[in-house]
Design a protein around this ligand. Structure first.
Ligand SMILES: [Zn+2]
Length: 70
């Protein structure tokens, strides 16, 4: 999971945290270490009818905590 997401991010030249990749600061292209990230289940996607079989992604701890506080 981490390895695949990180490899794809490197190929695109973006952060392996999908939310960091959307930003405009230095973290936009940051490749986080595995220990700096947490997996998260994306239930919202399945609720909205997305057919993507992947229902989880890995975010950096900062973004993972930010989402968890909602
Ligand atoms: Zn992030």
């Amino acid at each position: 999971m981490y390895a695949r997401q990180t490899q794809e991010a490197k190929e695109k030249g973006i952060s392996n945290c999908p939310l960091c990749a959307l930003g405009n600061d230095n973290n936009k292209t940051r490749i986080w270490q595995f220990k700096e990230m947490d997996a998260e289940h994306v239930t919202a996607w399945s609720k909205s009818g997305a057919t993507d079989i992947s229902n989880c992604q890995i975010l950096c701890k900062t973004h993972n905590q930010a989402k968890g506080n909602k």
